[in-house]
Ligand binder design. Structure first.
Ligand code: ANZ
Ligand code: ZN
Length: 799
């Protein structure tokens, strides 16, 4: 431990991990999600990403890159504010204490961050630029105030974004979320939906991340169709529906509108059962979208008596219902119901005894399924001019017809909604807008708009921020001078993290958020690792802001992150999520004090596949402690020659290749086992040469930096900082190997090259995992595996 402290101080003093401003060097930008400095401190789960990316950063430095691996604090947000309210202490003070705590924890672990670029979203010098970006969004029409139904947390007294509502509950406090009508700032992220989708082709994201982004954006292609309403009160009033199945229009037997639909108010004098309708509407407004859209739930609704709709293609008169399974915010908030071919409509029609008209025939088993809903492929029936057409052909045909009739057109719809951007809380960036009775919303160009220093942060009973009650909010309009009111909503926590990776490039810049030369050099981020829980919120928001900055020429790349990876959670020993309330949090500092930072680092990487969730196991760390002792033991059998022995050369090359590749593929655990194998092999020979130790410690350096610094010093090897990552010789790795032919049912499919000492079991395993073979045998019934010694593996399969 003393050794570690010595090297910790040494590295800090000579500043080895700062990125340089030498823009002639190739660059590499490694990023982790900057932490929210919570009062609970860092737990072992948080460190998985930091340590893993530290290995990457250290390897890249040895590969000759100018590496940027920065750290900062995402420090606005509710927990600090709630704590402040409860304990009567300024959130700024709480936040500062938490940061100091996190900082010492991270330094203890020996993460090679560039501490000279530390940022903090609650610093005025930082949030000035968050406000600046908001101002540009406002100028470009992408920020506006809008009356919307919002998710309202009854406990936090705060608006939540859709992404912050989990199964109808507040993500933070788990209290019930209700719907409330409120005037809110929104950012028009939906305008960027298509580009956020398209540009996934420009980046290297894991499949699971990509799919989550695509689903969240939720693109649907179909048609918007207008149905006339009778009796008509005005020829411009239609019910417009959005459908992904326009070809089923002859099967429409009713329309359904969301309870919020305006038609009800417009026609209230014509509706015979208006009182019942109002009652139903009131009841459904109490539910949130999550409850309403639940597929399993029994559908409810009520017919609007006195009105009917007219099908534009055959002039059928059809009833109109209101039902809360139709969401007002999706599509047009109205649905043409085709009970024969849509599950929900079918349930609804059964319940309310509505006609079911079949228009698609299942050509595979025609005539069999008559009274069940059919959602599959087939040909059109009962549909006049569409009869006999395939679904695809019928779709283009009907849209043409609707266009002719002026009753409909192609339509693309996205599930991605605009981003509700205001919070009625104190501890956030003030929105730099002044509301003037004469000029409307006017930008306050005098940035930063600072949060006033106060000592009571409790929101008002009305749910508004305390800022509204302060003299601070009374200003004169910058345009006309009339007494006006400042915007007292603040930004959500997602604001500061939507652009932080840009501030790292130039954290002190007072004229710009970052200098363009630096942006040109450093962007995009080369490798960004973070949690799966951030793939729909933070990743999408920050991509949106970056694209906007790109559009106004403020950054040089359309995408912020070239490559994204994601780590699995570290769970407590009994499989629960670690949290203070469960009292199962493991503090890395305790482990480091007991076993050392290197042992901790090795263990957190060795614990299991980086991309999968794993259970923490305090006992297993001893294996890593013993590995470190073994490595120290090598210095006792050291032979002072730079030579690499012939019988060691091959295993050293194999280890180098394995460690080099495994780091790139996030297989830190198998990289460490390869190094363990190497150490055992070396021990068996009874000695190690200085040349061998040199290469081995270079491989180990990114994983266990303190140990390596010490060993290299006492054995007279050069400081690893000035050394390069070792190369390997592929020819040597394969030399002396034998080729094994892989067959399936006696036919040659591939070959593998193996060491002649490999066991039969291992050879069969290698054969099974061979790319060509595994593709064929996957999911098949293997009857026999035949091994002909040192020559052939043959899989016998009954296809
Ligand atoms: C007629 C139809 C026939 C439909 C059929 C489906 C099957 P996605 O894929 O999610 O975009 N829909 C439209 N707006 C809705 C709303 N506000 N609330 C609830 N449901 C709504 O789904 C689009 C389909 O969901 C649309 O296509 C519509 O029903 C329904 F055999 O129209 B469909
Ligand atoms: Zn004015």
């Amino acid at each position: 431990m003393k050794i570690e402290q010595k090297w910790r101080e040494y590295r800090e003093k000579i500043n080895n991990f700062s990125a340089t401003e030498d823009f002639t060097k190739p660059k590499y930008y490694v990023l982790i999600e900057f932490p929210y400095p919570s009062g609970q401190g860092l737990h072992v789960g948080h460190t998985r990403s930091n340590v893993a990316m530290d290995v990457v950063a250290r390897k890249r430095r040895m590969q000759g890159f100018n590496v940027l691996y920065p750290i900062g604090w995402d420090s606005f947000g509710l927990p600090a504010e709630n704590y402040a309210i409860k304990n009567n202490i300024h959130p700024k003070v709480v936040t500062e204490q938490n940061i100091q705590n996190f900082k010492s924890q991270l330094k203890f672990l020996g993460i090679s961050f560039d501490w000279n670029r530390e940022i903090n979203t609650t610093n005025v010098d930082y949030y000035k630029w968050t406000q600046w970006i908001f101002s540009r969004l406002f100028e470009n029409g992408l920020a506006a105030k809008k009356n919307t139904r919002v998710n309202w947390c009854t406990s936090c007294k705060c608006v939540l974004a859709n992404e912050e509502v989990i199964s109808g509950k507040c993500e933070r406090c788990s209290h019930t979320v209700i719907q409330k009508e409120k005037s809110q700032w929104i950012l028009k992220i939906a305008n960027y939906a298509q580009r956020l989708l398209d540009d996934l082709n420009l980046v290297d994201y894991p499949k699971r991340v990509r799919i989550q982004q695509e689903n969240w954006i939720g693109k649907s292609q179909g048609a918007a169709i207008k149905f006339k309403i009778s009796p008509e009160i005005s020829c411009d009033i239609y019910l417009e529906v959005f459908t992904t199945r326009p070809e089923t229009i002859f099967g429409v037997t009713y329309l359904v509108i969301a309870p919020e639909n305006n038609i009800i108010n417009t026609y209230n004098s014509k509706i015979k059962n208006i009182q019942d309708i109002y009652k139903y509407r009131e009841e459904s407004l109490r539910k949130n979208d999550f409850e309403r859209a639940e597929i399993a739930k029994e559908k409810t609704g009520i017919e609007i008596k006195g009105l009917f709709a007219i099908n534009p293609v055959n002039n059928d008169h059809i009833p109109i219902f209101i039902a809360d399974y139709v969401l007002s915010e999706y599509g047009t908030g109205a649905v043409m119901a085709v009970p024969a071919h849509d599950e929900r409509d079918w349930q609804f029609a059964q319940k309310y005894n509505i006609n079911i008209k079949k228009v698609v025939e299942n050509t595979q088993k025609s005539g069999i399924v008559n009274d069940e809903v059919y959602t599959g492929d087939g040909v059109l029936i009962n549909s006049e001019f569409l009869d006999g057409l395939s679904i695809e052909n019928a779709r283009s045909c009907i849209i043409k017809k609707l266009q002719e009739l002026n009753a409909g057109d192609f339509k693309i719809n996205y599930k991605l909604k605009d981003w509700i951007f205001s919070r009625q809380r104190y501890w956030g960036e003030p929105i730099p807008i002044i509301d003037c009775p004469h000029c409307g919303h006017v930008l306050d160009e005098n940035l930063p708009v600072e949060l006033p220093d106060i000592n009571n942060f409790k929101p008002l009973e009305t749910g508004e921020s305390i800022l509204q009650s302060l003299p601070w909010s009374n200003v004169l309009c910058p345009k006309c001078g009339l007494p006006s009111k400042r915007e007292t909503d603040t930004m959500p926590q997602w604001a500061g993290s939507s652009w932080y990776f840009l501030r790292y490039l130039d954290p002190e810049n007072a004229k710009n958020f970052a200098d363009m030369k630096k942006i040109n050099y450093w962007m995009p981020v080369d490798w960004y690792n973070g949690g799966m829980e951030h793939t729909t919120l933070h990743l999408l928001y920050s991509r949106f802001w970056h694209k906007f900055l790109y559009d106004i020429g403020a950054v040089s790349t359309p995408e912020p992150y070239a490559k994204r990876t994601s780590h699995g959670l570290i769970l407590s020993e009994n499989g629960e999520k670690m949290s203070k309330s469960r009292e199962n949090v493991i503090d890395p500092t305790d482990i480091v004090k007991k076993y050392g930072a290197d042992a901790f680092r090795l263990y957190i990487l060795f614990i299991g596949d980086f991309e999968q969730a794993v259970l923490w196991n305090s006992g297993s760390i001893l294996g890593c402690v013993r590995f470190i002792e073994k490595i120290f033991g090598l210095t006792k059998i050291l032979v002072k020659t730079n030579k690499i022995r012939d019988n060691i050369s091959k295993i050293l090359n194999i280890t180098t290749k394995k460690v080099s590749e495994d780091i790139e593929n996030l297989k830190f655990n198998t990289a460490i086992s390869a190094m363990m194998t190497f150490v055992n092999d070396i021990k068996n020979t009874g000695e190690i040469t200085l040349g061998e130790l040199d290469i081995f410690t270079k491989l180990l350096g990114p994983f266990a930096p303190f140990l390596v610094d010490e060993i290299r010093e006492i054995t007279g090897l050069k400081d690893i900082i000035s050394e390069f990552w070792p190369d390997y010789n592929s020819e040597l790795i394969n030399s002396g190997n034998i080729n094994i032919v892989l067959q399936i049912n006696g036919k040659i499919k591939s070959t593998i090259s193996v060491d002649p000492n490999t066991t039969k079991e291992d050879i069969i395993k290698l054969a099974e995992s061979n790319e060509k073979i595994s593709k064929i045998i996957n999911g098949q019934n293997i009857q026999k595996k035949i091994y002909i010694s040192k020559k052939i593996v043959n899989f016998v399969i009954n296809f």
